[in-house]
Write a protein that binds this ligand. Structure first.
Ligand code: ZN
Length: 213
């Protein structure tokens, strides 16, 4: 992954199968939460099926095969209110990937008001789930590479806008941001990065944000 990508180009890469596995899962989870983009991806798949898949037969590893079976599984019934469609919070593709839903995440507190579950280093990416206390800021940082964030519950705001359930935030070396969870509920999400983050901004504010003041 490199360079700035838009959500649409991410979906196109997802359909073409060129994303690292965790980014693939993140986009698939986004699509399961977002009916409009699911239609868009379906259209891309239809177009891409004519050329791409025929031109590039790829031997599936066991891992890829497992993912393919996840992705090809029965499509969730198109819900008019995705949030109410099932008991759990996680889209099925994410639940299958990490092995549990939100109630069973083994959170670890990294900073006051900020919990994380380190899913691991997968396919060259660092994968984690995060929980941010309502109203809390994540310390300002820039990025050594690409950072994809899928919001699963609640919402956060940063310099680029507002991200709520089902939205993907895309940040890279050119983006410095300080995401702040909205006040009404915790913000829970999935983050995939291909390089470590770098804290930025004035030291004083950094320290305040680490403590969560
Ligand atoms: Zn970031």
């Amino acid at each position: 992954m490199s360079a700035v990508q838009t959500a649409d180009s991410l979906i196109a890469s997802h359909v073409a199968g060129t994303l690292p596995l965790p980014a693939h899962v993140l986009v698939a989870a986004h699509l399961q939460l977002n009916n409009d983009n699911r239609a868009f991806a379906g259209e891309l798949e239809r177009l891409g099926g004519l050329g791409l898949s025929q031109a590039r037969p790829v031997a599936l590893s066991d891992r890829d095969r497992r993912l393919a079976s996840v992705l090809d599984g029965p499509a969730p019934a198109a819900p008019s209110h995705p949030q109410e469609a099932r008991d759990g919070l996680f889209p099925p593709v994410l639940r299958d990937f990490v092995g549990f839903d939100v109630a069973d995440v083994p959170w670890r507190t990294k900073m006051p008001g900020f919990r994380e579950h380190d899913v691991g280093e997968i396919d060259g990416c660092h994968v984690s789930l995060f929980w941010i206390r309502p109203g809390r800021a994540i310390p300002a940082h820039t990025h050594g590479g690409l950072e994809l964030t899928l919001v699963l519950d609640g919402a956060f705001n940063d310099v680029n806008g507002r991200y709520a359930r089902g939205d993907i935030s895309i940040a890279d070396e050119t983006v410095e941001h300080r995401p702040v969870a909205e006040k009404d509920r915790p913000c829970i999400g999935l983050a995939v990065t291909d390089a470590p983050l770098r804290l930025s901004g004035p030291l004083g504010r950094r320290l305040i944000d680490i403590v969560g003041g």
